[in-house]
Design a protein around this ligand. Structure first.
Ligand code: AMP
Length: 249
């Protein structure tokens, strides 16, 4: 069984985001970049399937600039067998990513594609759903548990009212939620071994996909700073302030 996981290079979740002075986006130069956290969970799930013998090949795919190689290397150090980089300097929207991944899926014929539920930079939460639709495959989104047996994937999903378990026929697309697993750190020997694992580089043209953006970002602004709070001496003063200053009661 072949498993494909997607790994996006994003601004590290610990970094305080700075908006560019011309309000066109967020600053990414000289900023620590890392694998999208939901994609670390996708890689971990793929590695566990590989280690249990359920999967015999795990491929990590990233799309973007040449630096995405580093993100693929991290996935290889965690246990993926090989990588595919689709290299482009064009800013990729989820539909373009989904089309590129669909083209790779047609070449590679994986049985399972594990995608993060959301990239923490754009917060789109669209790629996995679009990919499943383009391929005409079933999808299990926001997975908190995945089990595979005999051509079927059972996916437990975190939904508003609790947990829902769906049964999907392979091949299918699964998107990861936070509680699916706890991703491992790559050990130093595995980081060294990963340097020798192969990464194929393709272009969007090789895959026959037009990635021209369809959306225009009008403006990106910082949220308004919060005002300092005040201490009140008793409940009466609090009620007075809520009524006469904040005018919320
Ligand atoms: P989004 O729909 O943008 O929130 O992204 C959802 C998931 O799609 C991410 O967690 C990744 O697994 C995958 N994805 C999106 N963009 C890329 C990319 N440029 N390279 C690799 N994977 C991506």
């Amino acid at each position: 069984m072949k498993v494909l996981v997607t790994v996006k290079r994003v601004v590290d979740f610990n970094v305080k985001i700075r908006v560019k002075s011309d309000a066109t986006g967020v600053e990414t130069s000289n900023v620590k970049m890392s694998m999208n956290p939901f994609d670390e969970i996708a890689v971990e799930e793929g590695v566990r399937l590989r280690e249990s013998g359920t999967a015999d090949e795990l491929i990590a795919v990233s799309l973007g600039t040449a630096q995405c190689q580093e993100t693929i290397r991290t996935a290889l150090a965690m246990g993926a067998d090989r990588g595919i980089l689709v290299e482009t300097d064009t800013e990729l929207e989820p539909l373009a990513v989904a089309k590129l991944l669909a083209a790779i899926a047609k070449k590679e014929s994986p049985d399972l594609i594990i995608v993060g539920k959301q990239a923490i930079d754009g917060d789109c939460n669209q790629t996995g759903q679009m990919l499943a639709t383009l391929l005409g495959w079933p999808q299990g989104t926001f997975a908190s548990k995945l089990s595979l047996s005999g051509g079927t994937a059972n996916v437990t999903r975190e939904v508003d009212g609790g947990l829902e378990t769906v049964s999907l026929t392979l091949p299918c697309v699964v998107t990861t939620d936070l509680r699916l697993n706890e991703p491992r750190y790559a050990s130093l020997p595995n980081i060294m071994k990963a340097k020798k694992k192969p990464i194929d580089t393709l272009s969007p043209e090789d895959l026959g996909v037009d990635v021209t953006p369809r959306l225009t970002t009008l403006t990106v602004e910082e949220p308004q700073g919060r005002q300092a709070g005040v201490l009140v001496k008793d409940a009466a003063e609090l009620v007075d302030k809520l009524k006469n200053e904040a005018k919320v009661i």
